[in-house]
Design a protein around this ligand. Structure first.
Ligand SMILES: Nc1ncnc2c1ncn2[C@@H]1O[C@H](COP(=O)(O)OP(=O)(O)OP(=O)(O)O)[C@@H](O)[C@H]1O
Ligand SMILES: [Mg+2]
Length: 362
């Protein structure tokens, strides 16, 4: 653990199982006739934090389990540098796993839960003790070492699960929604903790979540999946600013998705008409005039001002601002944020800057 704690990304790989790149090449997995994961191409570099993001059932856990070796591939291959990995059983891949349900041994103390994997590997007593102590320190559980999992809070149990995985110094850590059982405050704390451990131990991490915020804050790169297929791969800033299609936009906080018809181009922009009002947006891809499009805008970018009329239906206090739900005469629901507090039933008009309105082929 000490060596791991002082290693920095970029220093030479010093132990078996270490890799420079892990390459997924057309990784696919079907259940019966249903393709849960299709043609996943992804190269993970050592030291990276990758988040797999997407709605329930999109294939995130399937992808993780294929990597772990818990699920055989139906097609494709996985390569650790030049060595083929998908033919190896899980225990020979040297990966650590952290699940949503901590899966701790209830009858073993925290210390013995963490030590378990090292004992299985017949690590000498003195080294085992040193590594377990270091792992306990890293997750701030020194005081709880003698307790049973049942005597710990959810967050503490999840820390044990993480310590148990990282104490083995895995070449890759796989985490499947590790924070989803925790309350909001603890989730935030553990998120920071996970990122800190990833950095200080020089880990390579693949992290599954359906929480957009979690993925954006943790990951170096995001992989957005939908119905088993990759929609976009890129750093958080890129996905946030330039979602490749409206499904990604939906996941990146574009809560207003308006099914409209493409109008003519105007300069670099594109005109869309909504209930007799013209808005100018930014085309993504090349939506043809007259074709069906999805216009996407974030609540914070929809501003009250001369434009599309709507009636306020719900006003929700959110501290600095209020969240407003409004509806157009034609029945289109709009979500926006406002510094002022309109009343329910107020008639307002909303508009958006062209660069904040993305117009995707639908
Ligand atoms: N063992 C299985 N047998 C049959 N179908 C499965 C099996 N495991 C997963 N599936 C199906 O494959 C698809 C992807 O499942 P997966 O568990 O990867 O989704 P997920 O993105 O992890 O979703 P969630 O966020 O709900 O955990 C789903 O349609 C699911 O029903
Ligand atoms: Mg899952």
């Amino acid at each position: 653990m000490t060596a791991a704690a002082t290693r920095r990304p970029g220093t030479p790989a010093g132990r078996p199982g270490r890799f420079e790149t892990l390459r997924l090449d057309g990784v696919s997995r079907s259940f019966g006739g249903h393709e849960a994961l299709a043609d996943l191409d992804l190269t993970i570099r050592r030291g990276e934090f990758i988040a797999l993001l997407g709605p329930s059932g999109c294939g995130k856990s399937t992808a993780l389990n294929c990597l772990a070796g818990l699920l055989p591939l139906t097609r494709g291959s996985i390569w650790q540098d030049e060595a083929r990995l998908d033919v190896l059983p899980p225990e020979r891949r040297g990966f650590g796993m952290v699940f949503q349900n901590y899966a701790l041994f209830p009858h073993l103390s925290v210390r013995r839960n963490i030590a378990f994997g090292l004992q299985m590997r017949k690590v000498p007593r003195a080294e085992l003790r040193r590594r377990v102590d270091e792992a306990l320190r890293l997750v701030h559980l020194q005081e709880q070492a003698g307790k049973l999992p049942g005597q710990l809070s959810g967050g503490q149990q999840q820390r044990v699960a993480i310590a148990r995985a990282v104490v083995l110094e895995p070449s890759l850590v796989l985490m499947d929604e590790p924070l989803s059982n925790l309350d909001a405050k603890l989730r935030l704390e553990m998120r920071t903790e996970i990122r800190r451990l990833h950095q200080s131990l020089g880990l390579t991490t693949v992290y599954v979540t359906h929480d957009q915020e979690e993925a954006l804050s943790l990951a170096d790169r995001l992989v957005v999946l939908r119905a088993g297929r990759v929609q976009q791969i890129g750093p958080p800033e890129q996905l946030h600013a330039e979602p490749a299609n409206w499904h990604v936009a939906d996941f990146m906080g574009y809560r207003n998705l308006l099914p409209l018809t493409a109008g003519p181009r105007r300069g670099a922009g594109i005109v869309v008409e909504i209930e007799g009002h013209e808005l100018v947006g930014t085309p993504v891809g090349d939506p043809a005039p007259g074709s069906a499009v999805m216009a996407a805008v974030r609540p914070e970018d929809l501003i009250i001002g001369p434009g599309l009329p709507a009636t306020v239906e719900v006003v929700e206090y959110q501290g600095r601002e209020v969240a407003v739900e409004a509806r157009t005469a034609g029945g289109i629901a709009l979500s926006l944020l406002s510094a002022d507090r309109p009343a329910v039933g107020d008639r307002i008009a909303v508009t958006v800057e062209p660069r904040r309105l993305l117009v995707f082929p639908s």
